[in-house]
Design a protein around this ligand. Structure first.
Ligand SMILES: *Cc1c(COP(=O)(O)O)cnc(C)c1O
Length: 399
């Protein structure tokens, strides 16, 4: 079939809830993907950072195939021999105490909301149904009703109400606003270390550290959504390490499987997860042996192949290269590790057109918001591959 035929099928039979670039991919390896006609591209999105380990990593593939032959799903009605070792290894590398496994990122966010609310009622002593979780403007935490209810993005919310109450919104990066928003009913503060979907927005230095102190002072649980920033993307295993803190609760997902399988988790340091009793929360697929085996291999690859250090090194090199671009249309270049945003000025006519031109040059990127191009390739990228990317970027974004 021709690319247009595949696109036609999607358009005819699928819901139109995405507006993808018109490239039909059929194969991937490392930072590279190939379309149905055999054209090769560098993937500079890495499935929104789910493919940090690179496409079809052979060690993760092997673990998945071996486990798939043995046992895939038991439900949590029974125990399985992958879950315990997965918990232990995950806690060891993230220095956490407890894990609750789910599937998608949004489910991890929903889970944390339930756990923190219950902690508020049973431990902090907040009156029934009064708990508040503070969130930030321009957040992205997923697509369920509760989550889009506290989004500030019109297109995420419009037409989907009524929404779940209890989520005051404050500006991102503003510590005074956090202090002012806390009430006796505040149970949690949910925040991304770097706002990826908002356009790679980095808060002022020291923000997370101060947020941690403010939360501690008021007995509020600090919840970091590291679904995108976590697992090496920013040059640290978790982005919180840049500020030398440990969140009370951390959400991870995406790269936890290296792109093979939907796996997410809530990690707990404070005894928040301890408030959940049997029957109060669960998921048919959460913590299944296939997911656990895949995640164990994916974590091992991150560490053994030094992908976290590589993200830091290659990220710095990539940024340095981007900063030599001499184009008045570029308003700002910002990033940490291999999470990089190039913001164009509004009169550049939007980032989408640039992404299409980059695609024609063999580089797959996606605009985030109107005017920002995100560069976030798999963390296995080499210096030669960064040079390859920069050459194409220079052609499209240079003067
Ligand atoms: C992707 C993402 C989510 C949602 O994850 P899904 O697996 O798409 O539900 C939540 N938070 C952040 C920061 C994300 O990047």
């Amino acid at each position: 079939m021709k690319p247009n035929e595949f696109i036609g099928l999607e358009e005819e039979y699928g819901a139109h809830n995405y507006k993808p670039l018109d490239v039909v991919l059929s194969r991937g390896r490392g930072v590279w993907v190939w379309d149905v006609e055999g054209n090769k591209y560098m993937d500079c999105l890495a499935a929104y950072s789910a493919v940090n380990q690179g496409h079809c990593h052979p060690k993760i593939l092997k673990a998945m195939a071996e486990q798939a032959e043995r046992l895939t799903l038991t439900s949590r009605a029974f125990r399985n021999d992958q879950l315990g070792p997965f918990y232990k290894e995950l806690c060891e590398i993230t220095r956490s105490h407890k894990v609750l496994p789910m599937n998608s990122g949004a489910e991890a966010v929903e889970t944390v909301i339930k756990a923190v609310r219950k902690w508020g009622y049973t431990v902090k002593g907040v009156p029934d149904d009064q708990a508040e979780i503070i969130v930030c403007a321009d957040n992205f935490h997923g697509r369920t009703i509760t989550i889009v209810g506290f989004s500030t993005e019109e297109s995420s919310r419009r037409g989907f109400g009524p929404f779940t109450p209890g989520f005051p919104v404050i500006p991102f990066g503003d510590i005074e606003a956090l202090e002012a928003a806390i009430t006796p009913n505040t149970v949690g503060f949910l925040v991304e270390p770097i706002q990826g979907e908002a356009g790679v927005v980095i808060p002022p230095e020291g923000y997370l550290k101060k947020a941690k102190a403010v939360c501690e002072e008021h007995n509020v649980v600090l919840i970091l959504d590291e679904i995108q920033t976590g697992l090496g993307r920013t040059g640290k295993l978790l982005a919180e390490e840049h500020e030398g803190i440990e969140a009370d609760l951390t959400l991870i997902g995406k790269a936890l499987s290296g792109g093979f399988y939907p796996i997410s988790a809530v990690l707990s340091n404070k005894e928040v997860l301890g408030v959940l009793r049997p029957g109060e929360h669960g998921s048919t697929f959460g913590g299944n042996p296939l997911a656990c085996a895949v995640a164990r291999a994916a974590m091992k690859v991150l560490v053994e192949e030094n992908l976290i250090e590589n993200a830091e090194k290659m990220g710095a090199y990539f940024m340095e290269g981007l900063k030599t671009l001499d184009n008045p249309m570029i308003r700002e270049i910002r990033g940490k590790g291999l999470m990089i945003g190039v913001e164009l000025s509004p009169d550049a006519g939007g980032a989408r057109a640039y992404c299409e031109r980059l695609m024609a040059e063999g580089l797959l990127c996606k605009e985030t918001h109107e005017n920002t191009i995100r560069f976030a390739p798999p963390l296995v990228i080499t210096q030669e591959e960064v040079d390859w990317a920069l050459e194409r970027i220079r052609k499209v974004l240079g003067r």
